[in-house]
Design a protein around this ligand. Structure first.
Ligand code: PMP
Length: 338
């Protein structure tokens, strides 16, 4: 039995994705990261980054942890921080879902919303959070650190030591492929290193939103992006430290039009409610299944829970505004009266 919230992080179930499996003749399995206490894969990064900073003697009791995040890392860091007696200051681009911002506030973080600007701009949320951490390190009585999830490889180490180990033991070592999208790269590179360390035959695939830069980098050597995916938390524009030394065996670019129906069907047909990046992940797993052929076992990540995107992914007006198809059931009204 977990004795605190931290011990409830990880050891998530691996769930068979029936439609994707049956359509491809493969076993496509989803690691249910939405079952972490903060409902996303980023609880693991939050935990490992904080534990690493403690071990290095960088975090003092009552200290402040500062981070720039699309939201999920802010949630993961804050719940771990609360359990251990630290404070968090979270910087988030204003384009991210209101539900994630609300969750961060409910958990008791100080939330700073900033305009979404590209990484090369000095006011990008990641760079702002780094400067803020430097300031707070000087002014806060118990000091402050920058979690720096993109270039802090404690993030990737967490996936090498936990996610990859869990996948290996849950499949009894019978895993032929792993697929995921990239935000920091901690999940993809960490699981890749972990699984390849067990068996070099495991194939690793990047699933990138259409037009994102990593697909272009791994297929043409050039970091070029021209995408407009509605997915959040993924679509990295540079080679982060977490991606250092990593190369996928296959790279796919997935349009939202391919990812969203997967998410909508997953709710209606399998009772699994997940966010947009998970649609990209499963679409990537289906492509890898077709690449490898029937009879293979492919694992991907169910990265976060869908209610986090109620106002976007599950909002017909939002979808129409983006020229994306709206499934009929989303607009149906219940005709049951009592
Ligand atoms: N999906 C979602 C919903 C996320 O928030 C993130 C992290 N930003 C990812 C996927 C990607 O995970 P990673 O940072 O480990 O690449």
């Amino acid at each position: 039995m977990p004795r605190n919230v931290i011990e409830a992080i990880g050891n998530t179930p691996l769930i068979r994705l029936n439609k994707a499996s049956d359509a491809t003749g493969c076993e496509i399995l989803g690691k249910a990261e939405f079952m972490n206490p903060g409902q996303s894969v980023k609880d693991r990064a939050g935990l490992f980054i904080i534990r690493d900073a403690e071990q290095r003697g960088l975090l003092r009791p009552g200290g402040v942890i500062v981070e720039g995040t699309a939201g999920n890392t802010g949630i993961g860091l804050t719940l771990v921080a609360k359990a251990l007696g630290y404070r968090t200051v979270i910087v988030i681009p204003d384009t991210q879902s209101q539900e994630k911002k609300d969750t961060i506030k409910i958990l008791g973080a100080e939330l700073i919303e900033v305009p979404a600007v590209p990484y090369k701009n000095p006011n990008n949320y990641v760079k702002l959070s780094g400067r803020l951490a430097e300031q707070l390190a000087r002014s806060e009585p118990n000091g402050a650190i920058w979690a720096n999830q993109f270039d802090n490889v404690a993030n990737r180490d967490g996936h090498i030591r936990t996610t990859a180990e869990e996948i290996w033991s849950q499949t009894g070592g019978k895993v032929d492929g792993f697929v995921s999208a990239v935000g920091t790269g901690g999940t993809l590179a960490g699981v890749a290193f972990g699984l390849k360390g067990k068996s070099n035959a495991v194939k690793i695939a990047l699933a990138d939103p259409l037009g994102a830069a990593l697909f272009s980098f791994y297929t043409s050597g050039e970091l070029k992006s021209d995408g407009s995916s509605i997915t959040e938390g993924i679509g990295q524009g540079r080679i982060t430290a977490n991606l250092d030394g990593f190369t996928p065996d296959f790279s796919y670019q997935i349009p939202d039009e391919e990812a969203l129906p997967i998410i909508f069907d997953l709710i209606q047909e399998e009772g699994l409610c997940v966010g947009g990046s998970t649609g990209i992940n499963i679409a990537g797993a289906v492509r890898l299944a077709r690449e490898l052929g029937p009879g293979h076992t492919i694992v991907t990540i169910l990265a976060d829970y869908g209610t986090r995107y109620q106002s976007k992914l599950f909002n017909p007006e939002f979808l129409r505004g983006k020229n994306l198809p709206v499934p009929g059931w989303m607009e149906e009204k219940a005709d049951i009266s009592v």
